[in-house]
Write a new protein. Sequence first.
Lengths: 251, 309, 343
Amino acid sequence: MLRVKNLSVTVDLYEILKNVNFSVQENEWLMIVGPNGAGKSTVINAISQGISYKGNIEFCGENIASLKRNEIGKRIGVLMQNHSVGYAFTVEEVVRQGRYSYIPGIFSNYHEDNESKIEEALKMTGMSELRNHSVLTLSGGELQRTFLAQLLAQDPKVMILDEPTNHLDLVYQKQIFQLITAWVKKSGQAAISVVQDLSLAKAYGTHAVLMNHGEVIAFGTCDEVLTQDNLERVYKMDVNKWMHDMLSQWN
Amino acid sequence: MKKICNSIVLIVLAVSIMILGGCTKGQDSFSNATGSKIVVTDMKGREISLMEPATKVVAITAADCEILYALGAGDTLVGRGEYCNYPEAVSEVIAVESGAETNIEQIIALEPQIVFMNTMAQDVETVEALENAGIQVVVSVASDIEGVYGAIALIGAVVGKDAEATKLVEQMKDQFSEISASVNSEEEKTVYFEVSPLEYGLWTAGSNTYMDELSQMLGLKNIFADVEGWGEISQEQVLERNPDYIITIAAYMGEGMKPEEEIAQRSGWDKVAAVESERILNVNADIISRPGPRLAEAAQMIFDFIYKE
Amino acid sequence: MIKYRSQNLKPVEYLLLILSLLVVFFLCVCIGSVTIPIHNIVSIIVNLMLNKPIPEGVAGMIILQVRIPRVLCVAFVGAALSICGAAMQGVLRNPLADGTTIGVSSGASLGAVLAIAFGFSIPGIENGGVVLMAMVFAFISLLFIIALAYKLDCTLSTNTIILIGIIFSMFVSSIISFIITFAGEKVKHIMFWTMGSLADSTYEKALTLFLLLMVFGTIILINAEELNAFAISEDNARNTGVDVKRVKLLMLISVAALIGVCVSIGGTIGFVGLVIPHMMRMITGPNHRKSLPVTLFMGAIFLMLADLLARVILKPLELPIGVVTSFVGSIVFVYIFYHARKR
């Protein structure tokens, strides 16, 4: 569905991404993993057209750079790593913004579909009670959930989530991941996530891209990519041992 | 803003000078005629003494420059304030930064004996710095015509042109009294002085300005006598007060409408008495608002404008 | 079925705004430097509307040729500056942005001064050259300032852009002073021009302001949703499908045009664009669908009242309008801020 071809990004003579290639198909959940500075967020930035790049990013064969903004919005939605809101908008107003691609502009805003999507999104993320609260008064987790609700309201075909478990407690982490798993199973939908927690990647992802220094080290199914060898090469440590040590805390 | 400052300072000074008394009355109190030593009291009450008439002076204000030339002492100028522009000969003299930032170093470098200043550019440090360099500061500041006579006498005494000073003052007095004598004081006509045209904010010259003094001398009533000094007024007021004459000192740059024409075409002004009868005069701002010898010329101009067809 | 609450102002609220505007307009026409009894004023206006001859006398002149054009110009300038402030505060996501803080007004002044110094003019349109240069330079300044801010700090934080705006204003002032030194005879012209005044308002100027306000004000108003998106965050706007580049460009052009024309007609009037949007946001919330129209009307009302005060408080003297806006604006702002905090 979404294919990244020969993506390269250079900023101030520094090559942040070099020839990145990967793709995600329907009903897949692609995990982008790699150490800090590998360029994971830059990939997301490029897909969301926030930075200039060389190469092609295609959605179902169409080069998305040639599409109108709101058309891109209907196909791809992004949950960013950091959230900041400039003014005291309410949760509902921020979630409503997610529907922009479908009703761009101010002339016609009322549509049953819009309202039901917004309601659903609020419910799914547990933000219904806080809908009239100013986002400036929310905790980090509540803000994260607000923007997740916005993403759900936006209802794209491909959801891209940059470290979605930031600020979320375990309960919400589990809830969100289950939510997305169910969502990904729906026809015509897929998800891409950048995660730091490799266990989550293995548990929920179907496919993975391992990156380092702006290059793709491995791309394929989770099992193919997240091998001990690959991980040791990239993280320069025995990842398996570390994970087991962590888990053994619970025995 | 500068003009408000200017007029406030001048007014304060005028009051203090009047209180000090003798300074402006009679020119003979300025110079000590015995021997060749000159002792004068300037307009701030400070005493300055010279062994002989000064031959190298710097004059900061444009008015003082004009007075010097009128006294035939233009050759004593070694430096002049940057705004001095009359007569033409003065542009040959080296210009010294004046205004808000008077450049002491420049003045000292010219090695004058005397500096004529008004109180605007002054503070204690300036005066001290100059005096330490062996330069005497003479404060010349006039806020009415009497004050101008005083300034002329003072400057004349300093450069040894007492006779010429007396003559100049006599000339001015004669001209003024001739004018007032010929004035038809039966019907009081009204005048509106415009110092800044509408597009930049309408300003007028109210009471305690030279323009006001001239208007009184000419038997005209200044419609804005209730305004102190120069002030920004509303055009509604002009329309209501309906002046018989309008005198504007706006500068004509050579292109576009002349100030008189501009005033006449303002919407709503066509029924003003002065506009209907085309009694609008444009006077050069320098002539009418400087405390110098050309005030007599200004008076003559206005007189001619009003009484001669 | 899910109940939908409209995002826009209710018709009743619009009506209230329009009524308030008309009442204040009438008030400002009735009161002025010269006292004219109300029944005179009413009869003049009524006669005018019924196409009957106006009663002779100074009152007619004053009301029709001086006061009404002035109050009209003041209203339009107030509305324009306020809505520009709101637009900038939205696009730049910066509650301190307005024509003066960002340096746009200074840029416009520079354009106008250059036009005067070089005698640039458009045949047929009075002062056309000045207005055009002011608009062009306003636009260039905006681009320059934002580009520079981006280079220094790509999050465009509040501090950066205001800092750059202030430095830019100072830079422009020095250039204007430089030009003044070399402008020779045109010096006085320019120096006086920089002080600016709405005292010479005419119906032609009011019409120019009105037309431009209609065009660019409307552009800003219909981008209310987009401004909301920017106000949340520019990245979020882009991700939810807003054509960020197009909206930014539209807003920059609109703001530059409106500020350009306001500065060339009335000089730099500070405070209005900064404070009115802020105050209105405190009342309506940050949703631009509500705050923009309210800002537009209240901007006009505020400036008309400020101008009224400037005209009558020291009569027959007139205060420069900038003095009143700053003074009154500060007090009103503190009052509203205090009350908003209490809630």
